[in-house]
Each structure stands twice: as structure tokens, then as C-alpha cells.
Design a protein around this ligand. Structure first.
Ligand code: HEM
Length: 488
């Protein structure tokens, strides 16, 4: 087979890719060797900033297939028919580690799905947990700072983590999940995914339902203990990437059952908890899971940088029939992601192949760095215009949502029960799971100042006495030292 001739990026054939041009065989080199300059200069530009969170990840393409009829709840075209298939791209990630971090670390996992629907991209940018550490986006950058490196030592700081968590009781539910067996999955195939936030479904007849998305692993849940994970990391820092990539290459396609919890719009006034609070789950007894379909991953990316690194997900990407909710965290995220992509990837990030919608796009955003598709607007380059440019379709408008109340900074810690759901989760665990949870916490708290430990132990105690006292004991604290309130 004849091999193609190598060229410069401008297409000119290259005569020698082994030797730079030098004055005499020993050098020095000549500035006219553009080929050398292009090669070195290109290398200097081969990275984009890593994601500020969720930097280490793995991705693959696949298919979403509708298995149940939910058209009475949502008019979204991707759900229109049983058997209908939509292409997807899914990126999994860890949260705190940098791009070179090991996969088998105790951390929340990201679970981002891009559905390339005929009415635009729908992105579910979720985690492997149904809840989150904070409930107000104003606290997200503070929280993330505690997960990243200390500014002076450049080390991760357990003191910062537990200080923040102990001062933010709304984190208790998610902390309980993170330090349980679920906090260290054996690989991305062996965990569930959750949209976590409350979103909405909008029906063809104009009804709104509040919904939560769940992705149930059909591979089952498999987790590592801390000791097992140490052994894995010592041998393989890319254990989750390897597992996912090889399974797909071998035709062992991972699958998830996609389900939804559905709450009629007016129920939101009646539940004892705020259904838009990201630190709470909706009890399944009240809002059972309805299956929608099956998600299968069946094609690896060909080029990690082009497809996985440049993939750009945003909770703001919704399609007709799916909407947002008042959830404050979701509202904050609706701004944050596209802003991150414009900075990290570039103005026209959505025109890159992995992000490009699989349907025609008709917008008036033009110019800017790397505009590589020529807009075909002719004289219709503003809107409204008299030259047959694209126009809005008001039939797609969502039904109005009633909002009331005075504008203020409402204290989200007043009157909010941060303990019941965390305690219920603890009581659901087997004795072995409880023991593992409490030992994992004690291990992670080593070296943390005792006042912070005690403050955190009180939260565990308020969720469940056995939880608080079990952690206290593992930290070498007697019940009266750890929770003096209990002795009174
Ligand atoms: C990534 C912001 C909360 C899941 C990111 C990125 C930013 C961000 C800036 C990097 C995006 C990029 O460069 O491509 C925020 C803010 C939050 C928030 C401001 C709260 C106000 C959450 C929550 C979840 C979540 C609650 C899950 C329920 C993810 C995932 C990624 C990510 C999965 C990685 C996306 C990918 O695979 O490319 N977040 N985040 N984030 N976030 Fe958040």
C-alpha cells in the first residue's frame, strides 16, 4: 500500500522529517526551517485548560432506545415512539483530581450524557449520587476550593474539607454517600447515574411535571474498599478508563436503565421537603421510578482530545418537552457551563464534531475565533429581517410558571432538615456497610483539629446516634467528649 506524503499544515509536501536545517552538520539551526518551527509551536498549543472540576474523564458514544411510552408527560420528540433510538455521547469523570489523577480514588463520579436529538442537544450533566454537598450556587466555588489543593502546601487538605462540611450541615447526606462503599466504584460501568436536580417535563397539552432522572447500571454495583483501591492505584492509575475502553472494544457494551421520577406540578406545594433542594431525594414510595428506555455505550472515541477532552456539556441544553426548575443550584449551573466552554474550548465550541447537534442549526451568532463553518445567511444576518432568515416559533413556548415572594437572600439553613434523610440512609445500610462508612470517615479525618472533628461528629449524631458515636469511637473520643450534649 502506498503511504500518503506527509505535508505541512498548509498542505506542502515535506522532504525530510528527521533532520532540521543546520549551518554545517553540527549546527546552529536556521530560522528558515519553518517545518521545525511549526512543529515546536504547535506542540506549545496542544492543551486547552483542563476543566476546573471533573478534569479526569473517559467518554464513549452509544444509543438511547425508548422502551416505555411516556408521551403523556413529555412531548420531547426523542421519547415519541417505543423503539426510537437517539445517538448519545457519555463522559464519566472524577471531580477533584487533575487530568493525571488516578481513577480509583474516593470521589463523586460525573455522569454527563449528551443526547443528540432531532430538536437539538439535550445534556444531562449529573453525578453517580442523587444529591449534592451544597444547595446554593454561591457556595459551590468555596466547596470546590476545599476539594482542591491548599494554596501554600499544594496538598489536599482534610482540615479544609471537614471544616467546610462541619460548617455546612446541608452536606451531610452527600458526605454519607461519599464515604460509604458507593464512594469508590470499581469502574464507571458499575455505578448508577443521576440527573440529581429536579427538571420538568412539559406535555403536548401544556401540563408541567417535576422530574428526576435516574440511570440504573445493568452491570450492577461494584465497589472497592480503601485498601483494595490502594492496590489498584499502585498498579494502574487509569483503571476506570481501561475498564470502559476495553469492555466496549470487546463488544461487552455497558447499559443503563433510564428511569424518571414524576411529580405533578402542584405537589411541589405539598411535600414536607423542598423538592427543588439538591441535598434531598424524593422518596421512591411517593414517587416511584418509571422506566423510559435503555442507554447503551457501544463505540469508543477515536481521538481522546478531539472527542472526550473537547466535549462540552451544559445543563442549559434542553429540548422542547423538557424544562428547568426553580432549583437554585440548577439555576447557577445554567450560567456556569457554557461560560466555562467559551473560555476552555473557544467561542465556537458547539460547532466541533463531538458537540455539534445532529440537526440543522439556524442562529445569528457569528464571527469570533475559529469560525470554521461559513454561515449561509446572505442579507439575513440580523433578526428580524425581510430576507427569509430563520424566525422564532412561539408554539414552542413553555406554559408560564407561577413564582411569588420578595427578592431577598433567604437563609437556606433556617428551617431545613439536614439530618432525617442522612439518618435514614445510614439505617438502610447493613452492619458491614455502616462499619465501612464510619471507618472511611475516621481515616479521612486523621490530622484534622479536634474542634472540627467534634463539630462534624455532632452532625453524624443528629442524623443517627449510632453514626455519631461510631465515628467518635473510631476517632478515639468518648461519647461525653464527642457529644457532650448527649450526656446532659
Ligand atoms: C463540570 C460548575 C454543580 C456535575 C463542571 C465545570 C464547571 C462546573 C465550570 C467544568 C465544565 C467544563 O469546563 O467543561 C458547576 C457549578 C455548580 C456545579 C457552578 C453549582 C452551582 C454540579 C452538580 C453536578 C455537577 C450539582 C451534578 C449533579 C458536573 C459534571 C461535570 C461538571 C458531571 C463534568 C462535565 C463533563 O463531563 O465535561 N461543573 N458545577 N456539577 N459538573 Fe459541575
Amino acid at each position: 500500500m502506498t503511504k500518503p506524503t506527509m505535508t505541512t499544515t498548509a498542505g506542502a509536501p515535506i522532504a525530510d522529517n528527521q533532520n532540521s536545517i543546520s549551518a554545517g552538520s553540527r549546527g546552529p539551526l536556521l530560522l528558515q526551517d519553518y517545518q521545525l518551527i511549526e512543529k515546536l509551536a504547535h506542540q506549545n498549543r496542544e492543551r486547552v485548560p483542563e476543566r476546573v472540576v471533573h478534569a479526569k474523564g473517559s467518554g464513549a458514544y452509544g444509543t438511547f432506545t425508548v422502551t416505555q411510552d411516556i408521551t403523556k408527560y413529555s412531548k420531547a420528540k426523542l421519547f415519541s415512539k417505543i423503539g426510537k433510538q437517539t445517538e448519545v455521547f457519555l463522559r464519566f469523570s472524577t471531580v477533584a483530581g487533575e487530568r493525571g489523577a488516578a481513577d480509583a480514588e474516593r470521589d463523586v463520579r460525573g455522569f454527563s450524557v449528551k443526547f443528540y436529538t432531532e430538536e437539538g442537544n439535550w445534556d444531562v450533566v449529573g453525578n453517580n449520587t442523587p444529591v449534592f454537598f451544597v444547595r446554593d450556587p454561591l457556595k459551590f466555588p468555596d466547596f470546590i476550593r476545599t476539594q482542591k489543593r491548599h494554596p501554600s502546601t499544594n496538598l489536599r487538605s482534610p482540615t479544609a474539607m471537614w471544616d467546610f462540611w462541619s460548617l455546612s450541615p446541608e452536606s451531610l447526606h452527600q458526605v454519607t454517600i461519599l464515604f460509604s462503599d458507593r464512594g469508590l466504584p470499581q469502574g464507571y460501568r458499575f455505578m448508577h447515574g443521576f440527573g440529581s436536580h429536579t427538571y420538568s417535563f412539559l406535555s403536548a397539552s401544556g401540563e408541567r411535571y417535576w422530574v428526576k432522572f435516574h440511570f440504573k447500571s445493568l452491570q450492577g454495583i461494584k465497589t472497592w474498599t480503601n485498601r483494595e483501591a490502594e492496590g489498584v492505584v499502585a498498579k494502574d492509575r487509569e483503571s476506570a478508563q481501561r475498564d470502559l475502553y476495553e469492555a466496549i472494544e470487546n463488544g461487552d457494551y455497558p447499559r443503563w436503565r433510564v428511569c424518571v421520577q414524576i411529580m405533578p406540578e402542584t405537589d411541589a406545594e405539598k411535600t414536607s421537603y423542598n423538592p427543588f433542594d439538591l441535598t434531598k431525594v424524593w422518596p421512591h414510595a411517593d414517587y416511584p421510578l418509571h422506566e423510559i428506555g435503555i442507554l447503551e455505550l457501544n463505540r469508543n472515541a477515536k481521538h481522546y482530545f478531539a472527542e472526550v477532552e473537547q466535549s462540552s456539556f451544559s445543563p442549559s441544553n434542553i429540548v422542547p418537552g423538557i424544562g428547568f426548575s426553580p432549583d437554585k443550584m440548577l439555576q447557577g449551573r445554567l450560567f456556569a457551563y457554557a461560560d466555562a466552554h467559551r473560555y476552555r474550548v473557544g467561542t465556537h465550541y458547539e460547532a466541533l464534531p463531538v458537540n455539534k447537534p445532529r440537526c440543522p442549526v439556524h442562529h445569528y451568532h457569528a464571527d469570533g475565533a475559529m469560525l470554521f463553518e461559513t454561515p449561509e445567511r446572505g442579507d439575513a444576518y440580523y433578526e428580524p429581517n425581510s430576507f427569509n432568515g430563520p424566525v422564532e416559533d412561539r408554539s414552542l413556548a413553555e406554559p408560564p410558571l407561577k413564582i411569588s415572594g420578595d427578592a431577598a437572600r433567604y437563609d437556606h439553613r433556617i428551617g431545613n432538615d439536614d439530618y432525617s434523610q442522612a439518618g435514614a440512609l445510614f439505617r438502610l445500610m447493613s452492619d458491614e456497610q455502616k462499619a465501612q462508612l464510619m471507618s472511611n470517615i475516621a481515616e479521612a479525618m486523621q490530622g484534622v483539629p479536634v474542634e472540627i472533628v467534634k463539630r462534624q461528629v455532632l452532625h453524624f449524631y443528629l442524623a443517627d446516634k449510632a453514626y455519631g458515636l461510631g465515628v467518635a469511637e473510631r476517632m478515639g473520643l468518648s461519647p461525653s467528649e464527642a457529644v457532650p450534649q448527649a450526656a446532659e
